[in-house]
Ligand binder design. Structure first.
Ligand SMILES: Nc1ncnc2c1ncn2[C@@H]1O[C@H](COP(=O)(O)OP(=O)(O)O)[C@@H](O)[C@H]1O
Ligand SMILES: [Mg+2]
Length: 246
């Protein structure tokens, strides 16, 4: 095993237009097996940052390293082959297709010989999904949709799994089951980068948390310490006045 971090960004600049970068020089190193939570106020650039890492938003500067390999210039599908999986916040499943079709499509990026076995693995890992493969994904509850989205991402057996607000719109009880699942995936050896608005739940399973404000990394720390750090509230509240008084 190499000593390189699982994932790192160096001075990453990214956004939707070159002259208007949203992510403005982020340095972050994530060790193998770590679970890191990315926190920060609405509009801080969290989604843009992870989309840039996943390859769905252009990078204008800096570099992204996956297990020591520079993936900055790689298109999306090559990043997946290199070991990176991304669960976006929205449109992470095909609602009009069945559960089985959703998983089969995700398996299509794999060499043919591996597909059947990987599908079996996912069915074993997600018995709730396995019990009704023909059900249209659009019929699933919010929590089950997230499970399916995660199963789709895991089918390639990624080294690094990135998730953008997997708890959005879920009830507290379902949030804890989704987070318990993420924790067990992490314990099985998958490095996780988790963007969350649900600060408490995220820090409860994370090793480390980082706070993004206005496209820059403002603060980071051990998850347990960060959970009680007054600066956390300050950084969230501090960013509110722009948005609040409407
Ligand atoms: N598709 C897009 N095109 C242009 N600007 C965008 C787009 N998506 C987000 N932005 C802008 O990027 C900034 C950061 O958004 P985002 O990364 O979604 O923040 P967060 O996930 O932290 O809430 C916001 O100012 C937002 O308006
Ligand atoms: Mg977001």
């Amino acid at each position: 095993m190499s000593e390189a971090p699982a994932l790192a960004t160096r001075g990453l600049v990214a956004g939707y237009e070159r002259d208007l970068p949203i992510v403005r020089g982020i340095d972050l190193t994530i060790g193998k097996g770590e679970l890191v939570a990315i926190l920060g106020p609405n509009g801080a650039g969290k989604s843009t940052y992870v989309k840039a890492i996943a390859g769905t938003v252009p990078c204008f500067g800096g570099a992204i390293m996956l297990d020591g390999k520079d993936i900055t210039a790689m298109p999306l599908h090559q990043r997946i082959s290199a070991g990176l999986a991304f669960v976006p916040q929205t449109e992470n499943i095909f609602a009009s297709l069945s559960i089985g079709e959703n998983l089969q499509l995700a398996a299509d990026v794999l060499p043919k010989a591996l597909r059947a076995a990987r599908l079996e693995k996912m069915w074993a890992m997600f018995p709730d999904l396995a019990s009704r493969p023909a059900l249209r994904a659009g019929q699933l509850s919010g929590g089950q949709r997230q499970m399916l989205a995660v199963a789709r991402a895991l089918i390639v057996e990624p080294q690094v799994l990135i998730l953008d607000e997997p708890s959005a719109g879920l009830s507290p009880k379902i949030v804890s089951s989704v987070f318990a699942m993420l924790q067990s995936i992490n314990r099985s050896g998958v490095t996780i980068l988790l963007v969350e608005q649900n600060v408490k739940a995220a820090l409860a399973i994370a090793d480390r948390g980082v706070i993004l404000v206005e496209g820059q990394l403002r603060h980071e720390g051990n998850a347990a310490q960060l959970a009680t750090d007054p600066l956390l509230a300050e950084l969230y509240l501090g960013a509110q006045p722009e948005k609040a008084s409407a």
